[in-house]
Write a protein that binds this ligand. Sequence first.
Ligand code: ATP
Length: 239
Amino acid sequence: SVGEPLLAVAGLRSGYGKIAVLHGIDLAIAAGEVVALLGPNGAGKTTLLRAISGLLPVNGGTVRFGGADMAGADPRTAARAGLVHVIEGHRVFTQISVTDNLLLAGYDLPRRERMARIEEALEYFPEIAAKRADKGGALSGGQQQMLAVAQGLVQRPKLLMLDEPSAGLSPVLVDRVLGVVRELRSKGTAVLLVEQLIEKALAVSDRVYAMAQGQVVLEAGAQEADLPHRLERAYFGQD
Ligand code: ATP
């Protein structure tokens, strides 16, 4: 509805079986906004993405997306609504072609529509476009990671959630992936970016949330003065 953010998470609780990990998360993302989600290992960033996209149950609180209740929706339903999660360390299929990997990402779309979206996604990744007929396994590790992002783009997200897309990439490829985030932003796609490379994440983001121990401990504009210092305090729990 009018005035409501694209994604609105309030009081979200989730975890693994009896293990509670998220203790009431409040977070909002506007259409077209790039938001970095930072925090130390084990803070609950991946768990938060999983709970938002329906990979984990919502044990309390609300998840609204595009003005609709999305709590408890399965990932496929969320993706169809434009809420797309590229999971950490996602593996592409190595025995089938790059194009077939992309076709699988949009398997419930009409073929014509799928082909159009694949071309659209490949525009962001020229080096993968050049290898579209090759098997997934013929791509370098970094290219496979970019193919995973391209698979997310085939679903034409309104919000793309990326979990450490730069993990294990060379500095040049890290810049390529974050360059894609910048491009998405300029085209009006919102991004929620989990990233360990704080400076690089802030450089492409509008706002930032930091988590520690299953809670949001800081929310700020990405360019705010003194942010590195405040983040450090948030990470280490001093205040
Ligand atoms: P990282 O950067 O290490 O991925 P993170 O902020 O994404 O950290 P999570 O992976 O969400 O953190 O983990 C949050 C907590 O949930 C940790 O205490 C972790 O041990 C626990 N956890 C993660 N996955 C599982 C699981 N499958 N079963 C039980 N507990 C889990």
